[in-house]
Design a protein around this ligand. Structure first.
Ligand SMILES: O=C(O)C1=C[C@@H](OP(=O)(O)O)[C@@H](O)[C@H](O)C1
Ligand SMILES: C=C(OP(=O)(O)O)C(=O)O
Length: 429
């Protein structure tokens, strides 16, 4: 476990970078490329630990996957060419790998055991195992299949019509994947629209789906066809530098080729609402995903309320937005974000204890927190708790805290952003 010593910076961030590929889209490119027949070439793939778990799982099923840095080439004959893995599959720290692959494994004619690290072993899987069982899936594990490790006895699944009670793109995606491999027509409805990369990528791999409001319908038995995927920069990674630019006076940075899918751009709406000085140049659509450059310059911001339908559009950005809130003018209130309690850590508690270790005041609630603004931060010794987003939040806090900060367990950042410190240094030149 690496500890890193960090100092406040004296001048604003400047320059332009492209952050690594989107984590959600990178996972899906491997899943769909493996299920497809033919060759799939993925460019600007995120080589973070989570996405490598997804690659390893499909290699264990016999798919040929070659990775050369940010380029991944898959050659597959589709699911009928998969073979039964002889060893348990390790999902590591990755909730997305676990939930989405349970949807796939449930429909394959194999016995597969899967496990994860200590954090993932405590995250709920029944949000997918319950509806998958309604389709006929046979999945067994602790507490009636609530937690990993899980043993899946793949079956021919039947169609499902389901209104999901959790605001989760992982649940929706797991069920759409199972539906694609099942008989009949599967129809998933959610209360609030969550990220829709699965829907977009299914179509770019040649599947026909119907999206009406917040209901997605997929017919089973459609064969996907390999294609080329360019993965946009991950807005959830860009978020750390968007906020850094709003924290450090004099900053003027551009994050080029960033994903602008509107199910992910809640942070841009919040920054605008807080008064940020931001310009967006949208320039292309790749495989159904919008991409553009975001230029942001320092300006002092005001507090806001973040609640309701915007929450799924910025769920992973709440740690870094909470840090920003400590520096805004006025209070910030975060509500309806109970899903934060089911991430790599209980992020409501992890955010609050991290900000408190920097000397800030935070009041937590069951579904969010209230953060007063205009607080001064003191350098701290702060642990990432093994949570990559908390680790990066600590690193950005150190830029404006008085004195030295020691980030312990910095390695967790490799989960989603292995080049984080290199990119931060590039913006400090
Ligand atoms: O579908 C995905 O790729 C993801 C969905 C979100 O999780 P939930 O579906 O649990 O909200 C998000 O927090 C996670 O980082 C990635
Ligand atoms: C919650 C996250 O990921 P996952 O659920 O895939 O572990 C995240 O990246 O913040």
């Amino acid at each position: 476990m690496t500890d890193i010593r960090l100092q406040p910076i004296e001048k604003g961030l400047s320059g332009s970078i492209t952050v690594p590929g989107d984590k959600s889209i990178s996972h899906r490119s491997i899943i769909f490329g493996s299920l497809a027949k033919g060759k799939t070439t993925v460019r600007h793939f995120l080589s973070g630990e989570d996405c490598l778990r997804t690659i390893n799982a499909f290699r264990a099923l016999g798919v040929s996957i070659e990775q050369d840095g940010e380029t991944v080439i898959l050659e597959s004959e589709g699911k009928d060419s998969f073979k039964e893995p002889l060893q348990p599959i390790n999902f590591g720290n990755s909730g997305t790998t676990a939930r989405l692959l349970l949807g796939v494994f449930a429909a394959l004619p194999f016995h597969i055991t899967a496990y994860g690290d200590a954090s993932l072993t405590n995250r709920p899987m029944d949000r997918v195992t319950k509806p998958l069982r309604q389709m006929g899936a046979k999945i067994n594990g602790r507490e009636k299949g609530k937690y990993l490790p899980l043993a899946v006895d793949g079956q021919k699944l039947s169609e499902l019509t389901y209104h999901t009670p959790v605001k989760s793109a992982q649940v929706k995606s797991a069920l759409l994947l199972a539906g694609l491999l099942a008989d009949g027509e599967t129809r998933i409805t959610e209360d609030v629209k969550t990220r829709d990369h699965t829907e977009r990528m299914l179509q770019s791999f040649g599947a026909k789906i119907d999206v009406t409001g917040t209901t997605v319908t997929v017919k089973g038995g459609q064969q996907l066809v390999g294609t080329d995927v360019y993965v946009p920069g991950d807005i959830s990674s860009a978020a750390f530098f968007l906020v850094a630019a709003c924290l450090v006076p004099g900053s003027d940075i551009t994050l080029s080729n960033t994903g602008l899918n509107e199910t992910r751009t809640g942070i841009l709406d919040v920054l605008r609402d807080m008064g940020a000085d931001m310009e967006i140049k949208e320039h292309k659509i790749q495989a159904g995903e919008r991409i553009g450059d975001i230029r942001i310059r320092y300006r002092s911001l005001k507090g806001t309320e973040i609640s309701g339908g915007i929450i799924p559009r910025l769920i992973d950005e709440l740690p870094i937005l909470a840090l920003l809130a400590t520096q805004a003018d006025g209070d910030t209130l975060i509500k309806d974000a109970e899903e934060l309690r089911f991430k790599e850590t209980d992020r409501i508690e992890a955010i609050a204890s991290t900000l408190r270790s920097f000397g800030a005041e935070v009041e937590t609630t069951p579904d969010g927190m209230r953060i007063p603004g205009n607080q001064s931060l003191q350098g701290a010794s702060a642990d990432s708790f093994g949570d990559h987003r908390i680790g990066m939040m600590i690193a950005i806090a150190s830029l404006i805290a008085n004195g030295e900060t020691i980030l312990t367990d910095a390695d967790s950042i490799n989960i989603s952003y292995p080049s984080f410190f290199a990119d931060l240094r590039a913006l400090q030149k």
